[in-house]
Ligand binder design. Structure first.
Ligand SMILES: *Cc1c(COP(=O)(O)O)cnc(C)c1O
Length: 224
């Protein structure tokens, strides 16, 4: 299937309230443009340089979602245009995003990334680290970031029961935070989980953003 056909098929199947982020990392701007022409507007990238390069040459009504590990010294490059940062994993990073957002006169939407996989290679806070960040309280004074919810990646495995358990855990944690810290905050409503191999499971557990790359654009070539 072409990029256009994949976008149309996935979009038609998504329940209302679930938004598709087309993960275009490692694919050229032309591929993004093809998705754009199919009506796709939300795109995900995991490298600052690549995202900035594409943003410069592509239409300005595209929504850029940053989904990779973010170094504090690079926040300034994406602060002027990024729609949402899904990968906040420390108060230090949240504070820097707030600082750079203030400089450019924006409020940047962010998600707290939670480590739910049983793999050391994945980033994110543990449930306890996240509770500690919220308990500590500084985040409430950061007026140039809006915490919109949580993001997580399941373990890379064929064991779908395990993936199911990890997404269920993140959904339960989302409800805990909603109840304890964000009960009156209508912006706290997003759950970013699910990729090519596991997004139907994520949707069953309340995902509002699925981040799909391979299914839309094909395999990534990491050797380029
Ligand atoms: C690459 C990536 C995706 C997309 O993965 P696919 O398996 O190609 O759909 C989703 N989320 C994050 C954080 C990624 O880095």
């Amino acid at each position: 299937m072409t990029i256009k056909e994949e976008i149309a098929k996935i979009t038609a199947e998504l329940p209302s309230g679930v938004k598709l982020i087309a993960v275009s990392k490692f694919h050229p701007a032309e591929a993004v443009m093809e998705a754009y022409e199919a009506g796709q507007r939300l795109f995900g990238e995991n490298k600052v340089q690549e995202m900035v390069a594409k943003q410069e040459v592509l239409p300005k009504d595209l929504e850029w979602h940053f989904i990779g590990h973010l170094q504090t010294n690079k926040v300034k490059y994406i602060a002027p245009f990024v729609a949402m940062i899904h990968s906040i994993d420390s108060l230090h990073l949240l504070t820097e995003v707030n600082r750079q957002a203030e400089k450019v006169g924006r409020v940047i939407n962010v998600l707290l990334q939670i480590h739910i996989a049983h793999e050391e290679t994945k980033f994110g806070m543990t449930f306890d680290e996240c509770r500690a960040l919220l308990n500590e309280g500084t985040w409430k004074q950061l007026n140039h970031v809006q915490i919109c919810g949580l993001m997580g990646m399941a373990t890379f495995t064929d064991n779908m029961e395990q993936v199911d358990g990890e997404f269920a855990g993140l959904q339960a944690f989302f409800e805990e935070l909603k109840g304890n810290w964000f009960a009156d905050d209508t912006a706290f409503k997003e759950l970013s989980m699910g990729m090519t191999d596991d997004y139907p499971i994520a949707i069953r557990h309340g995902s509002t953003f699925v981040r799909i790359g391979t299914l839309i654009f094909g395999e990534r070539n990491y050797n380029k």
